[in-house]
Design a protein around this ligand. Structure first.
Ligand SMILES: [Zn+2]
Length: 80
């Protein structure tokens, strides 16, 4: 097995996660990645923006299209 890390927050991937998350640790990171591509500004931050904020919603204060609702899917369900 190869240790893998989330490409968004760079945390080690949880051992138990839905298969549809792909290479990401959470729906938040999956949607964040999608939003980055759609915005045409894919950047990998060196800091860990979700290290203290995980489970608290997007409160990192960084403005950006699509960045404020990335912990909800299209049905409005909230993911941790
Ligand atoms: Zn992640």
């Amino acid at each position: 097995m190869t240790p893998r890390a989330c490409p968004i927050c760079r945390r080690p991937l949880p051992t138990a996660r839905p298969a549809d998350l792909g290479p990401f640790c959470s729906h938040r990171c999956k949607l964040a990645d999608l939003g980055n591509w759609l915005d045409g500004r894919y950047v990998v931050a060196d800091e860990s923006p979700f290290s203290e904020l995980d489970g608290m919603g997007a409160q990192d204060g960084r403005p950006g299209p699509g960045a404020s609702d990335d912990n909800h899917d299209k049905d409005g369900r909230k993911y941790e």
